[in-house]
Design a binder for this molecule. Structure first.
Ligand code: PAF
Length: 285
């Protein structure tokens, strides 16, 4: 397994690969878990050469967010990469990626209609930071395929739209959410929760399931969402959002526009002693 830290070395190495080699990229911020493992395993199946990037991207963190305490577990990450025969690990430091400071850089503006709701409302420049680093990683590793998890569904949607809008020749490969036995969606941020909180946090998923069932049984969407917000709040969760939105363009869904539209429930909460931000989503139809 090759490990590269510098941008220039990655460019030289990528150019040395035979053009017939099918390359997949799995962009990550490290603290790898079984969700990342699923991305890597799929990538290994579909591509000849798998690159993973491990980079905690400062550009996508707001001022009062967890950039400094974001879990960094490089040794364990490298073990996990080896276990699935990843071909190349790209681990740049911020100076390598943003040599003139992250303020002084051309940035991608995500589609506003999709970026300004859900996570984008609470984290205003987050998706601009995500798309900027993702485009840079695409340009450096020139992948044919790029893998992203459906847990970050809004991120996945915005990346798909960037690929379409900017005519990038890359196939975006979504992977379903991987959950712990209790149902909690796997996330690097779960490391902030203690063992009791980890058990309790599974109520996010069980509430999504119950809400989807209520909607399918005929309950008005807004009432079902309000009921779910109330019960999670009673259990100690602080709701950032719980909404029903279409899968294609994340348009809000209510009982008036619910005709044959595949849609999902989207949730973000703050939970536990560390006020950890947890997100999840569930397909309803
Ligand atoms: O989903 C993530 O881990 C990050 O947002 C990504 C896509 C690696 C960009 O930093």
């Amino acid at each position: 397994m090759k490990i590269i830290h510098s941008v220039s070395e990655l460019i030289i190495f990528r150019n040395s690969l035979d053009p017939a080699v099918k390359v997949a990229l799995v962009p990550t911020m490290g603290a790898l878990h079984s969700g990342h493992l699923a991305l890597l395993t799929e990538a290994k199946e579909k591509a000849d050469f798998v690159i993973i990037s491990i980079f905690v991207n400062p550009l996508q963190f707001g001022q009062n967010e967890d950039l400094n305490k974001y879990p960094r577990t490089l040794e364990a990450d490298l073990e996990l990469c080896k276990s699935v025969n990843v071909d190349l690990v790209f681990i740049p430091n911020p100076e390598e990626i943003y040599p003139e400071s992250q303020e002084n850089i051309t940035k991608i503006i995500p589609r506003e209609k999709v970026a300004n709701y859900l996570c984008g409302k609470t984290r205003p420049n987050h998706f601009s930071g995500v798309l900027t680093i993702v485009l840079k990683l695409f340009n450096l590793s020139l992948p044919h395929l790029a893998y992203f998890g459906e847990k970050d569904f809004q991120q996945l949607t915005l990346i798909r739209l960037m690929v379409k809008d900017l005519n990038l020749n890359i196939q975006i490969m979504p992977i379903s959410i991987i959950r712990s036995d209790s149902g909690l969606a796997l996330s690097s941020r779960n490391k902030y929760l203690n063992s009791d909180e980890l058990i309790k946090a599974s109520q996010i998923y069980s509430t999504l399931i119950k809400t989807a069932q209520n909607i399918k049984k005929g309950m008005q969407i807004n009432n079902a969402l309000e009921f779910a917000r109330g019960s999670l709040t009673k259990e100690g969760f602080t709701i950032d959002y719980l909404e029903a939105r279409s899968e294609n363009d994340l348009e809000i869904i209510n009982n008036t526009n619910l005709i044959n539209l595949p849609f999902r429930l989207f949730i973000a909460v703050y939970f536990g002693a560390n006020k950890t931000r947890l997100i999840d989503n569930l397909k309803v139809i």
